[in-house]
Design a protein around this ligand. Structure first.
Ligand code: MN
Length: 516
């Protein structure tokens, strides 16, 4: 049997579907390029029938990202399959991913069909997808709650219709590792093509915190593709965190006897980028890529570690791309040195990007003696969060403190060059700034989240502000970074407002109900 496990990343489809993640096409392309550097095998770029924005994202990624397979999701109906095929038309390697519900809960309540009708729809549309590409994946949605005889029947029918990958999703995060492994073994017995001419895949959700364990148990039972998202992003409690799956397979190769072709040194940079773009912070104690994942607080551990790294570390932080914080750039480091360091961190900035990053870097180096890798990653993230600016922040000034009414003055320039100045009072400095900005921009919205994090240690650290605003049920993420958290707060709000103004009306069609 094949000893390579394919990694199928669905950050741009299942991850993007999760509450509050709205990404622009440019941001999705940026993530797709990073996933290509990470060397994943498959990128699921979107669900083309669900919205014009999804269609455009899949089409753009299919044209620009040439090495991995680009997959697009489609319901088992002709219109959705044709739309997916159209979005993938220019891909170097295109995969259409067809899905339909297989559990009675879904068939009876959501589809209102009988079982045989559903099998027929599945097979018919797999065959239709095969007319467009040789690479067709089929997923019986809610597999883990499906009667297994019926599941095997549906899998057999879609394999006969031409599916080249069969994906078994634990859509609602219901499975238990042993039980899920048994299901995979059962299907392999029932449908001998699985694991041979047809690749067997799994897609697990984390509702009970077992998505990674379920994925790994499935690999042990013969699955050779794992679907998930970096940082475990995704619907509800999220998908299986791919960085954990990848490092478990790598670190415990002695047990699993398989590997992936992922360049694990890109994991940290990928995680940071996705966290910045999605606005979902990574918890410090998160396995593999959390800030504390390789920190040792206990004295005994530190002592052991200094004598021999492997006493308390099962993975080398270098292997997952954790930046070495000793490496610092200073005021005198040139553009060339900056570029070299960014390349080492996994970025390939364009000339334009490098130009504006260099400006930001010099400004930061003036305020802060040492610029660390984490600072650079924050600057890159800020650069790449850039959206078309309807308004630009020119200046912000606040007076506040105890026994004072917080008062802010802001100055913005609109895209036609018009200058606007406003002042406002508020309950605190941030409130005052946001009130002053609102007087100029005048777009009703509600602030739903606000957080400040320091990028590095030290009193002169960059503060990174992450916010979410909501308008008509849609959320927009904004980020800003500066050594002054008041300025960072103003930037984050402008970033979110500009995103809201740029993305405008991107509603999803009601047809986008449900997904694997
Ligand atoms: Mn899913």
């Amino acid at each position: 049997m094949d000893d390579r496990v394919l990694i199928f990343d669905t950050t741009l489809r299942d991850g993007e579907q999760s509450a509050g993640v709205g990404m622009t096409v440019e941001e999705k392309l940026e993530i797709a390029r990073q996933l290509e550097r990470l060397n994943v095998d498959v990128i699921e770029a979107g669900f083309p029938i669900s919205s014009p924005g999804d269609f455009e994202a899949v089409q753009t990624i299919a044209r620009e990202v040439r090495k991995p397979i680009i997959a697009a999701l489609a319901h088992a109906n002709a219109k959705a399959v044709e739309r997916a095929a159209e979005a993938l038309k220019d891909a170097a390697h295109a995969r259409i991913h067809v899905f339909i519900s297989s559990s009675d809960q879904h068939i009876l309540h959501q589809l209102r069909k009988n079982r045989e009708e559903v099998v027929e729809m599945a097979a018919k549309n797999v065959a239709l997808a095969r007319k467009h590409t040789d690479d067709v994946e089929f997923s019986p949605m809610d597999s883990s709650r499906t009667e297994k005889e019926f599941l095997a029947h549906m899998v057999r029918a879609t394999v006969a219709a031409g599916a080249t990958t069969i994906n078994i999703p634990d859509t609602v995060g219901y499975a238990i590792p042993e039980e899920f492994a048994d299901l995979i073994s059962y299907l392999r017995e029932q449908v001998p093509e699985l694991g041979e001419s047809v690749r067997l895949s799994v897609h697990c959700h984390d509702d009970l915190g077992m998505s990674v364990a379920n994925s790994l148990a499935a690999v042990k039972a013969g699955a050779r593709q794992v679907e998930g998202c970096i940082n475990g992003l995704g619907e509800r409690a999220g998908n299986a965190a791919l960085e954990e799956v990848i490092m478990a397979l790598r670190t415990r190769a002695d047990y699993f006897g398989v590997d992936t072709q992922v360049d694990t040194k890109q994991l940290y940079a990928t995680s940071r980028m996705i966290s910045q773009i999605s606005g979902f912070a990574v918890q410090p104690n998160k396995a593999v890529i959390g800030r504390n994942a390789f920190r040792h607080a206990s004295g005994i551990h530190q002592d052991g570690l200094l004598k021999e790294r492997t006493t308390y570390e099962i993975m080398d932080p270098h292997d997952v791309g954790v930046p070495r914080s000793e490496l610092v750039l200073g005021k005198l480091s040139g553009r060339h040195g900056l570029n070299a360091r960014l390349q080492e961190l996994g970025y390939s900035p364009t000339d334009d990007e490098l130009g504006s990053i260099y400006e930001a870097f010099k400004e930061l180096a003036d305020k802060k003696r040492e610029v660390t890798d984490r600072d650079l990653i924050a600057l890159m993230g800020h650069e790449r969060m850039a959206v078309a600016e309807t308004y630009t922040l020119d200046a912000v000034q606040v007076s506040c403190g105890s026994n004072a009414v917080a008062t802010a003055t802001v100055q913005l320039t609109d895209k036609d060059g018009g200058q606007h100045t406003e002042a406002a009072t508020g309950t605190g400095p941030v409130d005052a700034i946001y009130c002053a900005i609102n007087r100029i921009v005048n777009v009703p919205n509600e602030l739903t989240e606000f957080s400040v994090n320091s990028v590095t240690e030290g009193i002169d650290a960059i503060g990174e502000v992450s916010i979410r605003i909501e308008q008509d049920g849609r959320e927009y993420v904004g980020r800003g970074a500066d050594t002054d958290i008041i300025v960072a707060s103003a930037r984050a709000y402008m970033n979110a407002l500009n995103r809201l103004l740029a993305m405008g009306d991107v509603t999803r069609s009601p047809e986008a109900v449900g997904a694997v």
